[in-house]
Design a protein around this ligand. Structure first.
Ligand code: HXC
Ligand code: NAP
Length: 283
């Protein structure tokens, strides 16, 4: 269990914080006494999130902006810092994604996802990084990836390319900016049932099979990811830098493991098969 005031001295900017995993992280951080600012494009979910955080006793603010546009981001974060005080941490969570055969992608489709995920992360990270360097305050950056950042994945090519870029950004700046007291880490979630992700990436009727394919037989709970994020943002993780922590129930490991598929069969059947193959036991 965390101390209730684990994030008391933090002011955290969460991109895409009005929905899904971003909102779950916003709620957890505010519950641990951080001041939380959420940005995204749609005012509705942002306002609702900030109101909910304030109703729960937290300090919160929101601003509408598109992370693809560094000017919009700069203006929004200046206003938010006036309201909440200087940011101490950034969560790069905003993303765009959809399933599509790569040969059918338009140039603008590729551009759109890469600009939200990779360029948006670069703009937000450089913007706050420059302020932290100038203020000599240090800072923390946490970016939300997914295991296909290093594995690659068919049918989500723009996202896979962009997330791989964010992993490279995380590892590069973790070293380059350590001297300024800025640490950068990432989280790689497996499937978490949010409206944003599942409406675009989980074809109807496939959820149960997807759950069964996971070694733990279930999807992640947003609160589980939010706890991991709170730890990585907190002083408890002061010596964790340049790391990407996977939270997927072991799914990506299983996909790559030679005999991982055996675990999908009834265990009695697997044991009987293996016993029958032992030397001296073959019929
Ligand atoms: C092919 C598509 C497409 C699709 C859009 N495009 N959807 N192409 N298949 N399904 C094309 C459009 O035709 C257009 O190209 C270009 O992409 C831009 O589309 P717009 O709709 O104009 O873009 P915009 O309004 O900026 O919306 C961005 C978006 C949208 C990414 C397309 O889905 C969005 O707003 N997403 C935000 C939330 C989100 O995606 N959340 C999921 C994150 S989950 P043309 O050439 O026609 O102009 C996630 C999980 C990862 O990342 C890991 C899972 C395990
Ligand atoms: P989500 O609810 O769709 O979250 C995406 C957020 O990004 C939304 O709040 C969206 O708000 C914001 N956003 C999109 N484009 C933006 C832009 N141009 N400028 C500013 N904000 C923008 O989906 P989610 O599942 O919570 O995803 C959150 C993060 O987790 C993403 O990085 C995603 O890749 C990652 N992830 C999710 C899963 C999963 O299974 N859920 C798995 C692995 C990784 P607006 O549309 O209002 O702008």
């Amino acid at each position: 269990m965390f101390r209730d005031d684990l994030l008391r001295d933090q002011t955290i900017l969460i991109t895409g914080g009005g929905s899904g995993l971003g909102r779950a992280m916003a709620e957890r951080c505010a519950g641990l006494e951080a001041a939380v600012a959420v940005v995204g494009r749609r005012p509705g979910p942002l306002e609702e999130t900030a109101d909910a955080l304030r109703d729960g006793g937290g300090r919160a603010a929101w601003a509408s902006c598109d992370v693809r546009d560094p000017q919009q981001l700069a203006a929004a974060t200046e206003r938010l810092e006036e309201e909440l005080g200087p940011f101490t941490a950034l969560v790069n969570n905003a993303a765009g994604n959809f399933l599509a055969p790569s040969e059918d992608l338009s140039a603008n489709a590729f551009d759109t996802v890469v600009k939200i995920v990779l360029y948006g992360t670069f703009h937000a990270t450089q913007l706050l990084g420059r302020r932290w360097i100038e203020r000599r305050s240090g800072g923390v950056v946490l970016s939300i990836l997914t295991p296909y950042a290093w594995m690659g994945s068919p049918f989500v090519l723009p996202s896979a390319c962009a997330k791989a870029g964010v992993l490279a950004l995380t590892r590069s700046l973790a070293i380059e900016w350590a001297t300024y007291g800025i640490r950068l880490n990432a989280i790689a979630p497996g499937p978490f049932p949010t409206d944003g992700a599942f409406s675009r990436l989980m074809p109807p009727g496939m959820a149960e099979a997807a759950k069964r394919a996971n070694p733990l037989g279930r999807f992640g709970e947003p609160a589980e990811l939010a706890d991991l994020a709170a730890f990585l943002l907190s002083p408890m993780a002061a010596y964790v830098n340049g790391e990407c922590v996977t939270i997927d129930g072991g799914q990506w490991l299983k996909q790559g493991q030679e005999f991982g598929g055996f675990t999908d069969l009834p265990r009695d059947q697997v044991k009987a098969t293996m016993a029958a193959m032992r030397p001296g036991k073959r019929g």
